[in-house]
Write a protein that binds this ligand. Structure first.
Ligand code: NAG
Ligand code: NAG
Length: 348
């Protein structure tokens, strides 16, 4: 107690009336937040159980009969919609062949499939390798174009936007984006396009990512767990209650008219996919998550790559949220607690 005697009088005067109430307030706020978090988890659990029990699976809720030539033999492959596949790249020396190969191996009438490799690489050697790979596939009869830009304005969103400026895109009804480290199975389009084809209210069908190297090290295992939670719980819940958050364009099929109606890609944030998804959802478009359709990918296993991705994921949404706030408020859309929580994770 001797030490306390040495403290200035002012301290003992503020302690009781100011510090104690402040601490109490902080405790109350923490408690409230824990309760909110708990309620959110509970809500998700209830929705998940509901989805499982009521069988509200996408294939029961939406018409998704296969599109096939036998329906109308006169039309032949013209019965199929034209699909644009975009592969944005940036110095992807290790993976470019895998993703281009997987996309060119998609089963779909070859005159109804247009592939764009949007290469923003800065390394001339990699650029040349990617260009030659595209040429090789073009010789095999695939409608594939290799596209570069003069600058990297807008980064990925800028590249996607530039890809859509070409005149022939007007002939395409749907577009699919695969990041350079994603490899779809050959039946990907046959399992996703029918949802969009038969249900005009759907803007995006999102497939699930499967990580081939999840067991490589502790870090990839941890990421796999967190992404698994994201897909199994958050996406499933979002898609079942028609919320819009958490959709990621990679390995998803967009209806091009919905993208245009929502204003297209904008390069104002690093989470351009979420930005577009919110704008489309404010216009009333629906999103469907197909947990059974999986697209192979690799998790970053070096710490640097991991940090980079985490940064994008934690800072992007917060910046976007600030920009979207006005739009959300004026449309009277109320984000749920987990969306708010997601938006405020701003650890750099
Ligand atoms: C590729 O597809 C587009 C859009 O359907 C078409 O306009 C173009 O002529 C095709 N190119 C080749 C080489 O087949
Ligand atoms: C979706 O998320 C992955 C993984 O974080 C990221 O690499 C990718 O850029 C995102 N997709 C788009 C279209 O931005």
């Amino acid at each position: 107690m001797d030490a306390a005697v040495g403290l200035p009088d002012a301290w003992s005067q503020v302690r009781a009336p100011v510090i104690v109430p402040l601490l109490k307030l902080a405790v109350a706020v923490c408690l409230l937040m824990s309760v909110l978090l708990f309620l959110e988890r509970l809500y998700m659990a209830v929705v998940i159980v509901g989805v499982k029990l009521l069988g509200r699976r996408p294939e029961r809720r939406y018409k998704c009969d296969p599109i096939c030539e036998d329906d109308d033999p006169e039309l032949g492959s013209a019965a199929f919609p034209v699909v644009l596949v975009q592969i944005p790249m940036f110095n992807e020396r290790e993976v470019y062949q895998l993703s281009i190969g997987a996309v060119c191996g998609l089963s779909w009438p070859s005159d109804r499939l247009v592939v764009q490799v949007l290469d923003d690489s800065t390394d001339p050697l990699i650029k040349e390798m990617v260009r030659m790979e595209c040429e090789r596939w073009a010789h095999k009869g695939i409608n594939i174009t290799y596209q570069i830009r003069e600058d990297r304005k807008g980064y990925k969103a800028g590249a996607l936007k530039a890809g859509m400026k070409h005149g022939y895109v007007r002939e395409c009804e749907y577009m699919v984006i695969f990041d350079a480290d994603f490899q779809p199975d050959p039946d990907f389009l046959h399992r996703t396009i029918p949802y969009l084809h038969h249900n005009p209210e759907i803007a995006l069908v999102q497939a699930r990512w499967r990580f081939v190297n999840a067991d490589e090290c502790l870090m990839t295992r941890m990421q796999e767990m967190s992404l698994d939670y994201h897909f199994k719980v958050e996406q499933e819940v979002s898609s079942s209650v028609c919320a819009f958050f958490g959709f990621n364009g990679t390995a998803g099929v967009w209806r091009i008219s919905a993208v245009n109606e929502a204003g297209g890609w904008k390069d104002r944030t690093t989470v351009e996919d979420m930005d577009l998804a919110i704008r489309a959802s404010l216009k009333g478009w629906k999103f469907v998550y197909l947990g059974d359709v999986q697209v192979k990918s690799e998790l970053p296993s070096t710490f640097k790559a991991f940090r980079f991705q985490q940064h994008r994921w934690s800072c992007g949404p917060a910046n976007l949220f600030r920009k979207m706030l006005v739009e959300i408020v004026t449309n009277k859309v109320c984000p749920s607690t987990h969306e708010v929580q997601f938006c405020f994770k701003t650890t750099p």
